[in-house]
Design a protein. Structure first.
Ligand code: MSP
Length: 502
């Protein structure tokens, strides 16, 4: 069986989750569900980035210890992922003892290879971004615009500079590594000047301690080094434990990642620093690292510090988590920025979910119950609907491979719209008992549609199947054959899938 290893960034737990965090995680969940549907063995890793100055400062502000703060906040993330039906295989926390041990042994391995050496870091550091500034940036952070701290501290450097040429080569030979295409130039430009070595420790009380025997009192491992390595510790990689052990099996099975999703805010970390660390460890690189666009709010990137975040719990309680999953992926192509407004959300909800999809299911369900006593009638020719739905798999697969959720959903909207036109033209309400084959075709279309919609709308897909009495039919690729619904299947009355928002 093919494998599929997929990751999201691990989120800082200094503050509550917002819609931006939901975006990446929902996108990953959709991919994971799609790949499971295709029959692959999937490992979907997400988690929490729990160390660093930013988390320590937030804990001080809240009057809690850092551990207390992260324990509380991580629970909010877990609750949210449950609410949104995120089916991850592992949720990693960087404060886990096992993760910390792995970080230390990777640090030691790099030190043995001569990739880590002691020195003094002189320069500026942005705590909110947990980032060392390049000397040319000056004293304010180019990413968030805030003032930074001037540091002069003893540290250990990672020889990032050693990997500059190999990175360049890798980008040329593996164009699919940097996705989407539109950010390729930006990433490649990051290599136009010599790469500085990267300071790997901080004078910070809240972080992974240096490995035993490494000098440096008061130093902990730089939070980004700790965080990036979650993608390795998440599948139990450990340079000290051989691959054949139980520990090593997960790594052996799943490494390297097939897709890593990140927001475009952190592409330097993921397209430059991360692959360089893997090169230093002699490990294969991820196949694809995709930097998606931002959700803006009031034309600025949605972020806690700007005070413009959309609160997902509240949103889900008002409109349902399915609608939020749908909106995020249907509204804007994945590589682009989008403006999140309640007005846009309501418009899309009403048009795509309430009027088109919800109405289609509701209308023919009603007709089967009134014209045929609630039993799916016998089929004749599948006609245009059979042609429209079967054979979509290659195009949809291609779209998912390109992370084109927008195009994927556009294709499914066309199916819904064909179904609604068909219903208008066939007008079963006029044909009475002669409308049987048309209603069969609509049932079959909705069944197949529910299979395709499942990755994005898992609850809705199950509700569609339940009201049409199709719960016992297959849901894998074999479900795509036209004609699996048995005539006589009992259709039941159900509340609207997406009640119209006034
Ligand atoms: N902890 C680091 C990541 C370490 S990964 C080894 C971090 N965390 S974060 O909490 O700031 O989350 C960043 C990620 O959340 C972004 O890369 C993106 O995936 C998502 N988003 C946060 N705000 C977002 C928007 N406004 N819009 C879209 N995605 C956003 O960076």
């Amino acid at each position: 069986m093919d494998k599929y290893y997929l990751t999201t960034p691990i989120y800082y737990v200094n503050a509550q989750p917002h819609v931006g965090h939901v975006y990446t995680t929902v996108a990953a969940d959709v991919l994971a569900r799609w790949e499971r549907f295709l029959g692959k063995e999937v490992f979907f890793l997400t988690g929490a980035d729990e160390h660093g100055s930013k988390v320590a400062a937030a804990a001080d502000q809240a009057g809690l210890s850092p551990q207390e703060l992260v324990d509380q906040t991580v629970q909010r993330y877990l609750d949210l992922w449950k609410l949104l039906e995120i089916k991850f295989d592992r949720f990693i926390r960087t404060t886990e003892a096992e993760h910390q041990k792995i970080i230390q042994s990777i640090f030691s391995a790099l030190q043995r290879n001569g990739d880590i050496y002691p020195g003094v870091y002189e320069g500026h550091y942005c705590v909110p971004c947990e980032r060392y500034l390049a000397p040319a940036e000056g004293i304010d952070c180019a990413d968030c615009g805030r003032p930074t701290e001037k540091l002069s501290e003893e540290t250990y450097f990672f020889r990032l500079s050693r990997y500059q040429e190999r990175l360049k080569e890798h980008f040329v030979k593996n164009p699919e590594f940097i996705q989407p295409e539109r950010i390729r130039d930006e990433v490649t430009n990051m290599l136009s000047d010599p790469l500085p070595d990267l300071s790997l420790t901080r004078r910070c009380r809240w972080g992974v301690p240096l490995p035993e025997g490494v000098a440096g009192s008061g130093l902990t491992i730089y939070v980004w080094f700790d965080a990036l390595l979650n993608y390795l510790s998440g599948v139990n990689y450990n340079p000290l434990s051989p691959a054949e052990t139980d520990q090593g099996k997960l790594f052996q099975r799943f490494w390297p990642p097939d897709v890593q999703l990140v927001g475009k805010d952190i592409i330097r970390f993921h397209h430059i620093i991360w692959p360089a660390i893997l090169m230093a460890l002699n490990l294969p690189l991820p196949k694809k690292v995709f930097g998606h666009g931002w959700w803006l709010s009031g034309n600025e990137k949605m972020s806690k510090s700007k005070g413009n975040v959309v609160e997902p719990f509240d949103f889900c309680s008002r409109y349902g988590s399915e609608a939020l999953r749908y909106f995020l992926l249907a509204e804007v192509p994945f590589g682009m920025d989008g403006n999140f407004t309640e007005d846009a959300f309501r418009k899309r909800y009403n048009s795509d979910l309430a009027n088109d999809l919800g109405n289609l299911i509701h209308r023919f369900n009603h007709l089967i119950r009134t014209n045929f006593g609630g039993k799916v009638p016998a089929p004749q020719d599948g006609g245009i609907l059979a042609r429209k739905t079967t054979g979509l798999l290659p195009a949809l697969t291609q779209k998912m491979e390109n992370l084109d959720f927008f195009g994927f959903l556009e294709t499914l909207r066309e199916v819904v719209s064909t179904g609604n036109h068909y219903l208008d033209e066939e007008a079963p309400w006029r044909k009475g008992p002669n409308s049987g084959p048309a209603l069969y075709n609509l049932t079959e279309t909705s069944r197949i549609l529910s299979i395709y919609l499942e990755p994005v709308l898992p609850r809705t897909a199950a509700l569609i199947r339940r009201q049409l009495g199709l719960m016992d039919l297959p849901t894998g690729k074999e479900a795509l054959t036209w004609g699996l619904t048995k005539p006589g299947t009992i259709v039941t009355k159900a509340p609207p899938l997406f009640p119209r928002i006034k």
